[in-house]
Ligand binder design. Structure first.
Ligand code: KIV
Ligand code: NA
Length: 265
């Protein structure tokens, strides 16, 4: 494979080629995602929800993110591995942000980091970029701020928040971020942002007028039944398939059907 780099993503945007991105948190899943040809593999702090069962992304630690990221890095041969800086690892000051980003790069072998926020974290982003670490931005519904928002509903529907989001996106481009995620905002606004900056805009619940798409892998594979936002397309019903298969295994053990004569030594 030719490895995907931050440069290849910017080239894809200028060539009009859409960018595919999915999350992964472990070796086995990352191997499948990479082999299937997904361009960007995000070790998201959504691991806090889907791997650990927390209600929000806030509890996951930097050490836990590094564990997930190093497992993913060992599997990936082609994709660009982006790792979320978790809540509490970058908000205090730019030095803390840089220290956290360096730990991720050194201890996991990831290729880039992602941080949530705009001008509030501008100095932190600049400091990380100055150290030679590529940064992906994340604006719109930023789940680490869920207790400020109060709900997971669509962001930037009002003029004021939309204006700030456009300014933040332009700032992220200007300081040198290689891409930006826009989460759960109106499609028109997302398209406007994508057209006004030269770095790729990757959307989740942000419509088709952007440069690429990202989903949480457990959601798109249908591994959970509870989470059904409008933006989610389910490509499998893995919850049902796995429950049936595992139920069959349990029944086969009970009935002594498994193992049979050919399945033993
Ligand atoms: O943590 C995550 O999975 C993310 C994506 C939804 C963009 O940040
Ligand atoms: Na995230």
């Amino acid at each position: 494979y030719k490895r995907i780099t931050t440069k290849s993503l910017i080239e894809m945007k200028s060539n009009g080629e859409k960018i595919s991105m999915l999350t992964a948190y472990d070796y086995t899943m990352a191997k499948i995602v990479d082999t299937a040809g997904v361009d960007v593999i995000l070790v998201g702090d959504s691991a806090s929800n889907v791997m650990a069962g927390h209600e929000t992304t806030l509890p996951i630690t930097l050490d836990q993110m590094i564990y997930h990221a190093s497992s993913v890095v060992r599997a990936v041969e082609r994709g660009l591995v982006v790792v979320d800086l978790p809540f509490g690892s970058y908000q205090s000051d730019p030095k803390e942000a840089l220290r956290s980003a360096i730990r991720i790069m050194k201890e996991s072998g990831g290729h880039a980091v992602k941080l949530e926020g705009g001008k509030e974290i501008k100095e932190s982003i600049k400091k990380i970029l100055n150290a030679g670490i590529p940064v992906m931005g994340h604006l719109g519904l930023t789940p680490q701020s869920i207790y400020k928002f109060g709900t997971y509903s669509v962001r930037a529907k009002e003029e004021e928040e939309a204006e700030k989001l456009i300014e933040d996106a332009k700032m992220l481009e200007k300081v040198g971020c290689f891409a930006v995620v826009l989460e759960k905002i109106p499609a028109d606004l997302a398209e406007k942002v994508a057209k006004s900056i030269s770095i790729p805009v990757i959307g989740i619940g942000a419509g088709g007028g952007v440069d690429g798409q990202v989903l949480v892998i457990h959601d798109m594979l249908g591994m959970n039944n509870e989470f059904s936002p409008r933006f989610l397309r389910r490509y499998l019903n893995l919850y049902e398939l796995m429950t049936k298969a595992i139920g069959q295994y349990a029944a086969d053990v009970k009935s002594s059907d498994f193992p049979n004569a050919g399945e033993q030594y």
